[in-house]
Ligand binder design. Structure first.
Ligand code: PLP
Length: 428
């Protein structure tokens, strides 16, 4: 008999810190022991015991086309036959660069890396080199990967696990990062007024996903653009989640913004370890070997990962699923709100396209402070009650549910009837 999730976790705990290779997978915030997954197809995943779940995690965002998409598997299989890595330039890297720069007008040149963390890390270094300044401004509750300079007041697992700052980040490094509340234009104005001449980079999630979904207020991103220009700082939009998820390309064009630097990951890797950063040509030409700013990677632009990512992009362009995904997101959000209302549960659902978060509060959620008013114990209960009904939600409040092109109306119906039962139990 094959080992159960519980058996595997027990052994994993002996061998891997916390039993997992990335913190939020451990179910620490929701209690219980994590489900070990064995297989996925479309919007379904199966655990090692053969139990099927309807998946709203989608590998934390990449799988907008669902698990094991046929065309992606074919592309990967074909690429693999020709060799898995060369450490020399390949044609598909040029194709990927062309696809990304055509889809994101502010991205004139792009460098591929192997994770979102690497992308933001490199953007920070480049911004400091290009401006000759050290200070970084980030928003509370935004997560930009586990980069030393960006772990201050970070969202996602850092917020979920209540880790204050992070031990191991030198005080000298943390002191170069200034934190502002998200969605607060006057706080941005103040930080630039006070430190503007020393700020290298303002980095933001254009639609936040890592304090749960939080939508930028009208003019917030425009203010960020205007202030960075006025003070000679750079604006990086971290589109690791939003890139190619909310429309083909970046979400920045929906807001009429051109970033100086854009970071990508998740969807563009089609389920493989991929990140990218790019932007203005004069900035990107400072990267080695064109310029002096060093950044490299043994497996950067890996042909297998590129084939999965590029096939995903081609499919997204051809299928143009975005308006249907937005409709699904709206339906799910409205259904959850109605179900909560019926049960007398205070719930605020933030939705943007195919990403949404239910917060257990009656107040609007517009920044990290309001997000943390959500009753996270209640989220944990809700998560467990949904899991029991074979619905797999993100195991933490400060995350987004992700819809894929595989989710059908019938899947939403199933989800909402489970949610009605779960809310009724919560209210009892
Ligand atoms: C996931 C994420 C990252 C980090 O990407 P990794 O591939 O996990 O290193 C960075 N920024 C945002 C906005 C993310 O959601």
């Amino acid at each position: 008999m094959s080992p159960s999730s519980r058996d595997l976790f027990e052994e994993a705990l002996r061998l891997i810190p916390g039993g997992v290779n990335s913190p939020v997978r451990a179910f620490k915030a929701v209690g219980g022991s994590p489900v070990f997954l064995a297989r996925g197809k479309g919007c379904s995943v199966w655990d090692v015991e053969g139990r099927e779940y309807l998946d709203y995690v989608g590998s934390w965002g990449p799988l907008i086309l669902g698990h094991a998409r046929e065309e992606v598997l074919d592309a990967v299989t074909n690429a693999m036959q020709r060799g898995t890595s060369f450490g020399a330039p390949t044609e598909i890297e040029v194709e990927m660069a062309r696809a990304l720069t055509e889809a994101i007008p502010s991205m004139r040149k792009v460098r591929m890396v192997s994770s979102g963390t690497e992308a933001t890390l490199s953007a920070v270094r480049l911004a400091r080199a290009a401006t000759g300044r050290d200070l970084i401004v980030k928003a509370e509750g935004c997560y930009h990967g586990h980069v030393d300079a960006l772990l201050v007041a970070a969202g996602s697992g850092v917020a979920t696990l209540g880790i204050p700052g992070t031990p191991g980040v030198p005080r000298a490094v943390a002191s170069q990062t200034l934190v502002v509340p998200y969605n607060d234009s006057s706080a941005l104005g103040e930080v630039f007024q006070r430190h503007g001449e020393r700020i290298a980079l303002l980095i933001l999630e254009p639609v936040a996903g890592n304090m749960g979904v939080v939508i930028p207020k009208k003019d917030y991103l425009a203010t960020a653009r205007e202030l960075t220009r006025r003070y000679g700082a750079l604006l990086a939009l971290d589109e690791v989640i939003t890139g190619f998820r909310l429309q083909y390309g970046g979400v920045q064009s929906l807001f009429g913004i051109d970033a100086d630097l854009t970071t990508l990951g998740k969807v563009i890797g089609g389920g493989f370890p991929v990140g990218a950063y790019g932007g203005r040509a004069d900035l990107m030409d400072r990267i080695a070997p064109a310029g002096p700013v060093y950044q490299a990677g043994t497996l950067s632009g890996n042909p297998i990962a590129m084939s999965a990512g590029l096939t995903t992009l081609h499919l997204l362009k051809r299928l143009d699923p975005y308006s249907r995904l937005e409709q699904l997101g709206k339906s799910l959000a409205e259904g959850l709100r109605a179900a909560a209302r019926e049960a007398g549960i205070a719930l605020t659902v933030n939705v943007f396209g195919s990403m949404l978060t239910p917060f257990f509060t009656s107040e609007p959620v517009t920044d990290f402070r309001s997000a943390s008013r959500s009753d996270v114990t209640r989220y944990a209960d809700f998560f467990m009650k949904m899991l029991k009904r074979n619905i797999y939600l993100p195991p933490g409040q400060y995350e987004a549910l992700f819809l894929s092109t595989c989710h059908r109306d019938s899947d939403l119906d199933r989800t909402l009837s489970a949610a009605r039962e779960a809310f009724a139990e919560l209210a009892a």
